[in-house]
Design a protein around this ligand. Structure first.
Ligand SMILES: Cc1cc2nc3c(=O)[nH]c(=O)nc-3n(C[C@H](O)[C@H](O)[C@H](O)COP(=O)(O)O)c2cc1C
Length: 420
């Protein structure tokens, strides 16, 4: 048996090194040097953006949009521009942003400073998931230290540039993680998604150009500027995977983008529990279509997963072994979307209610043979018709479960028919 050696981490290590919540140890380790160079004009905005483009960094919040490209979209001469950090981390079984916030708050602050200095924003908001009490305390303490040292606030790093960073806690809604709903919430309204265009880069917070990035995305920025995009890419480029479910060692792992699903489960996360067989895995949180054993050797990257009809999303790998009931898992997943549907559009609001009702009656032994076609029909009706990706993420999982685990649905229904 070969023993697996986890590759060196370059982003997660900041959260795993003790003391990195404090300013001085962070600076001694080279922290804030990239932000200082940007503030001093040693690294021009164009150079920062070029480095991001060359690094291949793509958004870690779920949509995987190329980060350098997004930064380029922000108009440079706008009188007011904002940076908004998405720390809502609502995707089920995603916990890498919390790990970074609690372990390496200065890395995030440095990423925010670089973003603000690059796009010309004087104010940045960090929107945190309501339940992130410890993360909020840690981040606010780190901000206090950075402010006292002149790195945040008026004249950052002794320059003529001001960057204020404000922390805001959400009100506890999954939809608030969707970028335009987040902006609504930040402005004090109910988190309902906005029609796009205009995109936040054009008219975002208070209708001003807004650069909106995920916590992890911004944590990669100082690393890219410090190492240079080529060395950064040599590490994969790196991605943080939240691995949970039926594995021996659930946790956050940094692995090269494109790592095999099999390696994440069996090397990084210690494999399945003794005597268990792999059944399925959601590769990118519950919004991504689940994969089955045939897909264990798929590279975990944006394009390979998209070709399969799934997605990398927030890179939250939920592993399911043969002890689990797939009908129940899909019923609980669809129920989650029913609970979290904002109600703005009919296909999502009604489709998730209807699908949950059918799944519940199957689970409770009252399923009818025609229910499987009905579920497929509901999924078809929701595909391409929802206002935002929340509702759109339901059909792929539902359809995949009906394809790969039809026998499990049929067993429930056969039991029900026999019982009548
Ligand atoms: C329903 C829904 C929930 C989302 N939740 C989050 C979230 O919790 N955190 C996040 O960063 N992005 C989330 N996103 C993605 C954001 O809309 C957006 O793409 C992302 O924050 C952009 O940052 P990035 O380019 O750095 O990934 C969600 C999207 C949808 C449709």
């Amino acid at each position: 048996m070969t023993t697996f050696a986890m590759p060196e981490s370059i982003v997660l290590r900041w959260a795993q090194t003790p003391g990195m919540t404090e300013l001085e140890p962070y600076r001694r380790a080279g922290g804030y040097e990239a932000a200082r160079r940007v503030a001093a004009g040693e690294l021009a905005p164009e150079a920062v953006i070029e480095a991001l483009v060359a690094s291949g960094l793509r958004g870690k919040g779920g949509a995987g949009f190329p980060t350098g490209q997004k930064w380029k979209f922000i108009p440079r001469q706008a009188p007011v521009t904002y940076v908004v950090v998405n720390g809502d981390e609502g995707e089920p079984c995603t916990f890498k942003d919390r790990t970074l916030l609690e372990g390496a708050p200065h890395l995030l602050i440095e990423g925010v400073l670089i973003a603000a200095l690059t796009v010309g924003a004087r104010k940045a908001y960090v929107y945190l998931r309501r339940e992130f009490y410890r993360a909020r305390r840690t981040l606010e303490a780190a901000l206090e230290q950075a402010r006292a040292a002149g790195l945040v606030g008026r004249g950052v790093f002794g320059s003529a540039r001001d960057v204020e960073i404000v922390v805001h806690s959400g009100a506890g809604a999954y939809i608030a993680g969707e970028e335009t709903a987040l902006l609504e919430s930040l402005e004090g309204r109910r988190a309902l998604p906005r029609l796009r265009p205009p995109f936040p880069a054009q008219a975002g917070l208070y209708q001003r150009p807004t650069l909106l990035n995920n916590v992890e995305t911004l944590c990669h920025v100082p690393v890219i500027l410090t190492l240079g995009p080529e060395r950064y890419k040599d590490y994969g480029p790196p991605a943080l995977f939240s691995v949970s479910g039926h594995v021996v060692r659930p946790g956050v792992y940094e692995a090269p983008l494109g790592v095999k699903l099999r390696s994440l489960i069996f090397d990084y996360a210690g494999g399945l529990r003794p005597g268990r067989r792999f059944k399925a895995a959601f590769p990118g949180g519950s919004s991504s279509m689940p994969l089955v054993a045939d897909h264990l050797d798929v590279p975990m990257d944006y394009d390979s997963l998209r070709v399969l009809g799934s997605m990398l999303g927030s890179a939250a790998v939920i592993v399911i072994d043969d002890s689990a009931d797939m009908v129940e898992i899909i019923a609980r997943t669809v129920e989650f979307y029913r609970e979290e549907s904002c109600g703005k559009c009919t296909p999502c609001r009604e489709g998730t209610i209807w699908a949950t009702q059918v799944l519940e009656r199957i689970l409770h032994g009252r399923g009818r043979p025609e229910d499987l076609a009905l579920l497929e029909g509901i999924a078809r009706g929701m595909t391409g018709t929802c206002f935002c990706p929340l509702g759109e993420s339901v059909p792929p999982s539902l359809v995949a479960s009906l394809r790969h685990f039809r026998d499990e649905y049929e067993r429930y229904i056969a039991g029900a028919t026999r019982g009548h």
